[in-house]
Structure formats: C-alpha cells, structure tokens
Design a protein around this ligand. Sequence first.
Ligand code: ATP
Length: 342
Amino acid sequence: MIELKNISKTFHQGKQSFKALDNINLKLEQGDILGIIGFSGAGKSTLIRCVNLLEKPDTGQVIVNGKDLIPLRHAELANERKKIGMIFQHFNLLSSRTVFDNVALPLELDGVDKATIAGKVNSLLKTVGLQDKANEYPKNLSGGQKQRVAIARALANDPHLLLCDEATSALDPLTTQSILQLLRDINQQFRITILLITHEMEVVKAICNHVAVIDEGKLLVKGGLEELYSESSHPIIAQLLTEREMEVPVRLRDSLITKPAKNKFPLLEISFNKDLNVEQLLAYIHQENMIYKLYRVENGQPGVNGFGRAQLHIQTDEMQTEVLLGYLEKYGVKYKIKGYAG
Ligand SMILES: Nc1ncnc2c1ncn2[C@@H]1O[C@H](COP(=O)(O)OP(=O)(O)OP(=O)(O)O)[C@@H](O)[C@H]1O
C-alpha cells in the first residue's frame, strides 16, 4: 500500500516562491491503477516525483508498504527506490546502449551476475513484445517501441509500483492504445500498482480504476470515475471531461496514416503552455524557414487550461522536424502526433 500524507512543496526562485503542492493526501492499494489528471502546471510531475523522492516534499509522509521513505538514510532509500519503477514521456533511454543493455542496466548496477541478467532481460523483452529487437539501438526504434524498452527496464528490479510520467503523451493514438494495453497486462500479470499522471481524460478512461484531479497544487476529487462525473459542475472538472482531441481536418482525414513513411509528414496537435504560445511558435517556424500548414487554433484561458491548442502539419524534412520537436520539448510544450500525411 502507498500513502501520501499531507504532502506540500514550495519552490523558491530568488525572492519568489511558488506552492506547487498544497497538503496532498492520497492512498493506493496494491494492484490499483490511479490516474492523476490535471492541466499544465497543476503540479502533476511534482507530485509523482515526490513518490520516489526525486523531489523531496517540504512536509508530510510518503509511506510505502508501511515505511515512511522521507527519513530514510541514503542506502536504505536506494533499496526502497529499486522497487519503484518509473517511465517518462520521452523514454530516457541511453542511445549508446542496445535495447538489451538498456534493460540490463538496473541489474548491472545492482551487481547481478551475467547469466541471471540474460535470463531476466530476455524474459522482460518477451513480456513487452520486443524479443527480436534485443540488439537494436534506440535510434532504430519507433516511439512505441522505445516506450516498451523503457517499460522493460522499469520492470527489471521486480518493482511493486510503476510511476508513469505522461508515458503516452508523445505517441500517436494507436500506439497510445497499445502502450496502455501493455500497462494493463503488466498490472494484471504482476499485480503491480500503477500511478500515472496525464492531461488526457482518454488515458484515465482507458486504464485507471481510480482517478484524482489536481489543480493549482490541490486535489479536487479522488475516487472512481463516477465520483469525477458527479463533480462535473466544478469548472476545472467540467473542462477535463469535455476536452477532446481536436478533429483531424477533412482534407487529411482519408490520407492520414499511423506510421512515418517517405514524403509523409506529421500532423501535430500541440498544447501550449505559459512558456510558449502559438504566435511564438509560428515566429520560430518562419525564422527557420520551415514549411507548414496551420489547420486549427483553439485559444485557451491562461491559468485555467494552459494557453490553447493548435493543429500543425509540418511539411519539412525529417531533420527540421526533429529540430522543431526538440524546440517544443525545450519549452515543455506537449504535442501529439495524430498521424502522417503528404
Ligand atoms: N524546480 C522547479 N523550480 C521552480 N518551479 C517549479 C519547479 N518545478 C515545477 N515548478 C512549478 O511548479 C508548478 C507545477 O509544475 P509541474 O511540472 O508539477 O506541473 P504539471 O502539472 O506536471 O505540468 P505539465 O503538465 O505542464 O508538465 C509549475 O508552475 C512549475 O512552473
């Protein structure tokens, strides 16, 4: 069982301070899949990072299987952390290591012998459906395959808890579904508790048996999806429940394919944040002489649901596309590849 009790966290920058988490209380039973949903800046990442103490709360307790992690000394904390796996939006694989060696890394660091590592890694690669990719390097894998490698690596130390930090936010809809299905299978097969954060209601609906809504560092609701719907008169919850994926433009609807291909370019759905808005992005695109078509723009309300969304069809070469995606990531802007079209 995992319990967060009275967790608060304030960030200080120069003379300014910002309360990112305000007295959070949350409980998960073994085998639960809890989704924490909220808009950009609500405090989701800070909260999930408090669970394995990547971020140390100012106050409160993080109780994992009866033990408060906060007062633990370094070695003891490292031991508890081994049992908490984590996956990230951008996979965080080591590009210089093969798939096999990425998955093997936590076991190597733990001093496990080579024969045991080989057995374990091969079995994990089978679990995530990548046994034929053991000798590939991450650069030769699709986004979904990279996330499968990251999942296998997160499972290497037989964790009882898996933390998922926007694990499907960089993936197209079909790949998202397959990764969510894999997480569901892992939860069933290993009885692993899963705590995930997302800004997409679809993810919560697809996989979670419990949900908590976070806004401005406070939990607004926690419980089953029914509880969420019963609170839908709350403006933030109403928005979360109504926010849908933007519709694909009619012109592209029939030609959109799910995988990259020659002369097909990604259609991006971009959710802006306080650090980058649509005008700034377009100024950058012009400055870099990138070819694009802007299909839809939705204006958000600053401080309520981020700074709007847009659908942008990038029609430039692969290298420039990578540069653009890197630019969005630099500003922490979330995007989704809806598919590819010419
Ligand atoms: N290290 C830090 N120093 C200062 N402020 C921070 C730090 N980390 C987070 N914050 C602030 O705390 C607030 C919550 O951030 P957090 O990343 O937890 O939100 P989030 O809900 O995960 O947002 P997103 O979905 O955009 O990632 C934001 O206003 C952010 O700017």
